[in-house]
Ligand binder design. Structure first.
Ligand code: NAD
Length: 461
């Protein structure tokens, strides 16, 4: 380790909770060398998928033993409310079990008749993989990459976000306890410079990145330069469309919180709410009432729905955007600044802007905070046009009393994930973005395909 340190600041108290050494270039070099050696010289990539799956099932058991710790660590590092953490943490072990089960069902090898002789199509591990993780959901985003990478037979170097190094270190402990051979799974807790060293390293075959679109664009360029494989899970500005016949209660119950889950610091947040002019007031009143009903406060309180944002820089960024919205002429109908009564902690009041034009910055840029734009439209065609008028295409939802109508609209939205009269996310379903929301897919069999190369091996008849 070098002389740099990672300082973890509690978003609740604004005090230092932990200081630890940051990985230096020499640590990154050693981690990549270990991963390369394990890929080239150990039998890990040549084990059968079922053999690797047996390690993965043990990792899932080790994660189960640490579920409470992992829940606490998430809240301590970035202030995720405990209720949200309860819903999501167990997904990590589930991802390992889901991909372990795929060892039996995935077509790692298939034989096809060819014009001359026959061909075996082999799906082989892509190689040494760099897994780069953001701070908002640091555990399940990591396990969503590490589990398919392990089943594929890859070795990996994880670079967690400097604000959330602990989840990856706990996972490393689970991997070691499960007996996974040395060098397969390596973690370097460090900042962006170390990440840059990692993505530029010619010994790294694949970069799997989740984070901001700006960083993703840079990473894609570096990878293109050396023709390294790359997948990108980036930002979003997703639209939730309420049709003129939509049931208000169904929408508020399934989507209101998803407009600002974890204080809006989730990539699939439904941050543009599209309401028909004919029912604008009824929808807006119900939405505002629902948001005002959510308890804002200490994320350790299980009743809290909306805690602080995760860092001082996030708070400043979100407050800036609220001012931008006001200057652009949008109308604050609830929230609009800090939360009264909180003298410390990075609290920003859940904020809804009405009278938003889709050309305003608050409707176009990812704010990554509890700020939502309500946009009115005249008819279905206009709603579709507004939803698609975005450089992003990550998520969305459509609500109508007529499911067929909602489904027809959903089919026309250029986005990788969309709910019809519901909102859901699942480890079995591919997740990823159209347009500037990303490249490639995670979860489901598609998530495994991202860690495989395809080889055609010809044989005589
Ligand atoms: P970020 O891009 O600043 O950082 C993400 C990770 O990349 C961190 O580990 C960071 O240290 C590293 N990094 C940054 N620049 C790098 C570089 N040049 N080379 C190598 N590594 C680099 O993003 P963030 O603020 O941590 O996360 C928030 C963003 O992540 C939001 O835009 C959000 O929408 C996105 N996100 C997307 C998904 C998805 O599945 N699409 C999921 C969660 C978060």
């Amino acid at each position: 380790m070098g002389s740099e340190r990672l300082d973890l600041i509690s978003p609740v108290t604004e005090e230092l909770t932990l200081s630890m050494p940051a990985g230096a270039d020499a640590d990154m070099d050693a981690a990549v060398a270990a991963a390369r050696r394990a890929f080239d010289a150990s039998d890990w990539p040549r084990l059968s998928p079922s053999e690797r799956a047996s390690y993965m099932l043990r990792i899932a058991d080790e994660l189960d033993k640490r579920t409470d710790l992992l829940k606490r660590v998430w809240t301590a590092q970035v202030g995720a409310p405990q209720f949200f953490v309860e819903l999501s943490t167990e997904m990590a072990a589930a991802q390992f079990r889901y991909y372990a089960a795929m060892a039996e069902s995935y077509p790692f090898e298939e034989e096809r008749p060819a014009t001359h002789g026959k061909v075996k199509v082999l799906r082989e591990p892509v190689g040494v993989s760099a897994l780069i993780i953001p701070w908002n959901t640091p555990l399940v985003l990591l396990t969503g990459k590490a589990a398919p990478a392990m089943l594929a037979g890859c070795t990996m170097v994880v670079k967690p976000s400097p604000e959330t190094p602990l989840d990856a270190l706990i996972l490393a402990e689970c991997v070691a306890a499960a007996g996974v051979p040395a060098g397969v799974f390596n973690v370097v807790p460090a900042g962006r410079e170390a990440g840059n060293t990692l993505i530029s390293d010619p010994r790294v075959d694949k970069v799997s990145f989740t984070g901001s679109t700006d960083a993703g664009r840079h990473i894609a360029k570096v990878c293109a330069d050396r023709v390294a494989r790359v997948s990108l899970e980036l930002g979003g500005k997703s639209a939730s469309i309420l049709c003129d016949d939509a049931d208000i209660d169904t929408w508020t119950q399934s989507v209101a919180l998803m407009t600002m889950p974890f204080s809006g610091q989730i990539c699939f947040s439904q941050t543009r709410v599209l309401v028909p002019q004919s029912r604008h007031d009824a929808f807006l009143d119900a939405y505002v009432a629902q948001i005002e009903n959510f308890k804002v406060g200490d994320p350790w309180d299980p009743e809290t729905f909306i805690g602080p944002v995760s860092m001082a820089r996030q708070r400043d960024r979100v407050l800036d955007y609220i001012e931008v919205g006001r200057r652009e002429g949008a109308k604050v109908v609830t929230g609009g600044g800090k939360v009264p009564g909180f003298n410390r902690g990075y609290y920003v009041a859940p904020t809804i802007f009405d009278s938003v034009d889709n050309n305003m910055r608050i409707a176009r840029e990812e704010i990554f905070g509890p700020v939502v734009s309500v946009i009115s439209y005249a008819d279905d065609e206009e709603a579709i046009a507004i939803a698609n008028d975005s450089e992003y295409g990550l998520s969305g939802s459509v609500f109508s009393a007529d499911t067929a109508r909602a489904e027809q609209i959903a089919r026309r939205i250029r986005t990788g994930h969309i709910g019809v009269n519901c909102f859901n996310i699942d480890i079995t379903a591919p997740f990823g973005g159209y347009k500037k929301s990303g490249l490639g897919r995670e979860a489901g069999p598609e998530g495994l395909a991202g860690f495989l190369e395809t080889k055609s091996m010809f044989l005589p008849a």
